[in-house]
Structure formats: C-alpha cells, structure tokens
Design a protein around this ligand. Structure first.
Ligand code: FAD
Length: 562
C-alpha cells in the first residue's frame, strides 16, 4: 500500500487528494494544512468582503470531516510541515495546537504550499491596519477591522487581480478608496491602451486612482498622536502613508496586494531544485528534482505555452489541473501538464477584462516580430437589446500564429477569450479564425462573431488587402502621411477628432477623390475600423496608398489617453 503525504490543503493539494483516492482505494492519503481550513474558495474572498457572496460558509467547500467521509483522506488542519527528510522519505510535522512534533513517513510526497503575499520591508509594514488577503483568517481580520474601526477611507496598494477586486469590494461597502499602482497601468497582463479603458472606468466610480505612485512608508497615527497633537481624534486607529512622490495620505486601512511569491522555504531547505524565477522546479509530470516528491500550484514554475520559458502563474486553474496530473503520476500513470497560457479574467464593476497568451509588452521584451489588430464589435446583434462592444486586441506572428489576445467589455468577454485560448492551444492561425463556426442568434452573438471579425481584420492585413496602422504611427506620422477621417460630421463633433485629420464621410468619398493628395500615404480613420476598411478598399482600387487605423478613433483614443 502506498502512503501519500500532501502538504497544503487548498487548490492543488485538495485536487490531488481527491484524484488520488478516485484512482486508488488502497493508498493511505494524509493531507497536512497549517491553517484551520481546507479546500476553501480563496478566489471568492473579495466577493464576500464586498457583499456579493453574503454567506461566509459558502466559501468553505469541504471540511476535514467531509473529506474523510467522501474520500477517506486523513486531513490534519493546524499541522505545519516544517522539514522534509528526502533520504529518509519522511516529514517533520508540528501540531500547531499542541506544539507536538512527529515524523511521518511517505512513499510519495506532494507539495502544494501555494504562495505568500509580498510584504516589502517598508517602515511601518507591521502596523495594525495593514492587511494582505490570502485566506479565510485574512478575510476575517479585514472584515473585523471594517466593522470595529469604521474607516471612512481605505487604500489598496497594487492594481493586479486581487487589488482591483478589493478596490471594488471596498467601494461597494461605500468607503472612499485610493488605489496606488507603481507602474503606469493596472492589470499587468493587458497592454497600456487596454488598461486605459479600465483607468477611465475606475475614475468614473470616484476612486482615487494614482498611477506611477507607490508606497514608501507607513506610520500608525496612534503612534504619531503620542508625539504630536496634530492628529485629530477621528484619525486615531488609522495610518499615515508616505507615497513614492513624497506626498502623504492618511487612511483608515491598508490592503497590500502587490503580488505573491512562491512558498519555497520547505522545498529549498530540503535541497529541492528551484527554477530561475524562484519557484520549485518540476518536470512536465509535476515531479521535482527528487523522484519521490511532486509539486504543484503557485509554488512551482511552469512552462510558458508560447515561449517555453519558465514562468510563475499563480492561478487556480493551473493549480487544480496540476494537482490532478501529479496524483495520476504518483499512482503510476504518465500524464503531463501541457504548459500554461496564463488565461485569466477579472471583473471590474460592470466590465470584464480577460487575456490569454503573450501581451504586446512581452513580445517587445522578447524581440519577437508581431502584428496586432483591434476590433470593437457588439457582444451580440446590435438590433437586439443589451448589446455592448467587446474591445478585443489580437496579437499574432507575421505567419498568422496566434500569440495572445486581450478583451474588455460588459458582455461576452469571457467567451471570446476562451475561444481564442482554445484556438491558440490548438495551433490555429488568424486565418482559421475566419472559419470558426460559432453559436449565433441575435441575443447571443452576430452572424460574423467578434472572433471571426478579428480573424478577418488580421487576415486582410497579412494578405495585404487592407494594411493596418496603429496609434503610434498616427502620432509620429511623417509629412508624407495624411490622416483621413471617414466618419460622419456629427460623430466628430460628439466624439472628438485626431488633430490634423482631413474629413470626408465614407459615403461621399467616391465623389470627392480629387480632394485627396495622391503623393501621400493616407491613414484612414473611422470610429472602430470597419468603415476605414471599406474606405481603404475603395481608395486602394483608385490608386491611393492607404492604411487603416486598426480599431479606429476608439482605439486611438484608448492609446493616447491616460
Ligand atoms: P493555495 O490554494 O494557496 O494552498 C496552499 C495551502 O498550503 C495554504 O492553505 C497554506 O496554509 C498551506 N501550506 C503552506 N505551507 C505549508 C506547510 N509547510 N505545512 C502545511 N500547510 C502549508 N486564481 C484564479 O485563477 N482566479 C481567481 O479569480 C483568483 N482569485 C483569487 C483571489 C484571492 C483573494 C486569492 C488569494 C487568490 C486568487 N486566485 C485566483 C489564485 C488561486 O487562489 C491560487 O492560484 C490557488 O489557490 C493556488 O493553489 P495552491 O494549492 O498552489 O495554493
């Protein structure tokens, strides 16, 4: 009989335990978790804080008792694994309630210890009122502070998934929120012009978003009050933050959400090999450098689907799938984890932002030649109520290989990025996207879906039918280039215009060709790129040299705004 020990009882660990039992009724399976809870929904924590998930119990998916009943897994909560003896194939485990330490022998070991929120050594980082969010006790502490201290203003540091979710949760609780983000954009997996849409939406909600602004120091206002009389009574219990631009900000509560680092202490102490990004190194079968030790989830390095590089992708989907694969392999099967695309989605008020594969930023860093196309079609037929634009950016190689995609919108964003994630994994090209036969009826989509449209635009560009240009080229245009706006007059008045653009509405273009300079390349702009494409086809057949501004004025505006 095999004795399988598992360290960590949430996403990867619990998946592995359940899968192992489904494969073997004989194995002895013991799962150690240093916290009080196993298999809880960490992804749901911000939504309970914000009130969308009213019941705390809804986050507790399993208990040690339910795990025992259903899977006959011996779950030991409040048990911290403090040492691995590789040679002796045993663990040293401390019972955190009694302090007792015991050795536990294994035949195979699975590590799924997750990742820990990054807490830089800022002065004052340990002040009361400074929180991170990883588990149920963290959530309980934040909720207790909100109830007990009744802060009116809160500060979230970090504009990633957890930072944005916490920003929204706290805003939903009617608190004034400042969001600090050190870089020039929130939501790092998407590119800046896409993130600019998010910035606008965040500010529209009245949130004090400060980009290019980090946190430098934290002081407890209670401690300050002992030194100076300048702290008002109602500020007591709060924090005075010093920001990277030298300004001060008084706040009632601080959420640090500036990323996570893999929990590798145990693995490193045991001499397991770590990868270049500091995660546990594993092979495709999730086996570490020791043949009897497997590792999964946020603690491990994965292989990027496109580049083959080692990456850290702290997401629940990979952790769950890897747990399942590791269990298979621990029990004698030969399954492999098929690399990661980093497919992810986040809710931001009424918007969704999602991405898969590589971003433009990353492609530029890698020095890979790439092309890009933007489309903004409706989530479903425009004549059926409730359609909203899906703003989609597709990144692809000059041969049509899909590098990545990003989308923002109120509806249908998940479906489009999911389709593109599948297309990328299946090795489809942008040419294939034209042919995808996707569901259509007016409430759900369009006869030419967003995905088909993106495929048409990208393919037209690669085939040379309508070459694309982008905001950067329009902004830095040469004297031999002229922007031509083909929207209707009222649209320009209402929505704005690109400085220096000529204006001839598309429907008047055939009759006014003589007004256009033949010695210049025309950069055609419409609202979202569709009329620009029609204009390009018309003009190129009349001998003009043309390019279509991809995604039109809308994308240009996204690119030039903050
Ligand atoms: P975890 O689920 O963190 O489990 C690790 C467990 O190991 C912990 O409970 C820890 O206490 C325990 N442990 C560590 N060391 C030891 C030890 N030595 N002894 C005993 N026990 C130990 N991902 C998404 O894909 N989508 C989302 O929407 C999403 N939202 C999230 C929201 C929040 C607030 C958070 C915190 C995470 C979110 N994630 C999301 C990420 C996702 O939860 C993680 O990627 C996933 O849980 C990783 O699984 P894991 O098993 O590697 O680690």
């Amino acid at each position: 009989m095999k004795r399988i020990l598992i360290v960590g009882g949430v996403a990867g660990g619990a998946s592995a335990a359940a899968r192992a039992r489904r494969l073997s009724e004989e194995a002895e399976i013991v799962m150690f978790e240093r916290g009080e809870f196993v298999s809880f929904a960490n992804c749901g924590l911000p939504y309970h804080i914000g009130g969308d998930i009213p019941s705390r119990d809804a986050l507790l998916l399993q208990t040690p008792q339910s795990f025992k009943r259903r899977f006959n897994v011996d779950v030991r909560v409040f048990h911290d694994v403090i040492e691995i003896d590789k040679a002796g194939k045993s663990l040293l485990v401390r019972n955190l309630l009694t302090g007792e330490e015991r050795r536990e022998a294994y035949d195979v070991l699975l590590l799924s210890p997750g990742a820990a929120p990054i807490r830089p050594p800022f002065p004052g980082i340990d002040s009361p009122g400074v929180h991170t969010l990883r588990n149920i006790p963290d959530m309980d502490r934040i909720l207790a502070a909100l109830v007990h201290d009744q802060p009116r203003h809160v500060t979230v540091v970090g504009g990633g998934f957890i930072g944005l979710e916490m920003m929204e949760a706290l805003h939903q609780r009617q608190l004034a929120v400042t969001l600090l983000e050190l870089s020039d954009q929130v939501m790092a997996p998407v590119d800046k012009e896409m993130a600019n849409m998010l910035h606008a939406r965040i500010r529209e909600e009245g949130i004090d978003l400060r980009l290019r602004t980090g946190l430098s120091a934290i002081e407890s206002l209670d401690v300050l009050a002992e030194k100076t009389a300048a702290v008002a009574t109602e500020q007591r219990g709060g924090l005075r933050l010093t920001l990277s631009d030298g300004t001060r900000l008084d706040t009632g509560l601080l959420i640090l959400a500036i990323g996570v680092k893999p929990e590798t202490l145990l693995a490193a102490k045991a001499g397991l090999e770590l990868g270049p990004r500091g995660g546990i190194k594993v092979d495709a079968g999730m086996r570490s450098s020791d043949p009897f030790i497997y590792a999964v989830g946020d603690a491990v390095e994965e292989t990027d689907f496109v580049t083959g590089e080692s990456v850290l992708i702290p997401l629940a989907g990979p952790a769950n799938r890897q747990g399942r694969i590791a269990a298979d392999n621990m029990l004698g099967r030969a399954e492999t984890y098929k690399k990661t695309q980093g497919t992810a989605i986040c809710k931001l008020f009424d918007l969704a932002v999602a991405s898969t594969g590589l971003s433009e930023k990353r492609l530029l860093q890698l020095g890979l030649p790439f092309e890009k196309a933007y489309v903004h079609p409706g989530s479903h037929a425009g004549y059926y109520p409730g359609a909203h634009p899906v703003s989609l950016k597709l990144l692809f190689a000059p041969d049509g290989k899909i590098y990545g995609a990003q989308a923002i919108g109120k509806d249908g964003v998940d479906k489009r990025i999911d389709v593109l994630a599948v297309a990328q994994r299946a090795g489809l090209t942008v040419f294939d996207l034209q042919d995808l036969e996707l569901t259509y009826a007016p409430p759900f989509g369009s006869a030419k879906d967003v995905i088909n449209m993106a495929g048409f635009v990208a393919s037209n560009h690669l085939k040379g039918d309508t070459l694309l240009c982008h905001a950067a080229e329009v902004e830095a245009r040469h004297p031999h280039q002229q922007v031509l706006d083909v929207r209707n007059g009222p649209e320009l008045d209402k929505l704005g215009r690109i400085p220096g653009a000529l204006h001839i509405p598309l429907d008047e273009l055939r009759g006014r060709l003589h007004e256009l300079p033949r010695d210049k390349e025309l950069l055609i702009s419409c609202q979202v790129g569709l009329r620009g494409h029609v204009a390009c086809r018309l003009l190129s057949q009349h001998g003009f040299k043309v390019k279509n501004l991809s995604g039109g004025f809308k994308t240009w505006q996204m690119a030039v705004m903050e």
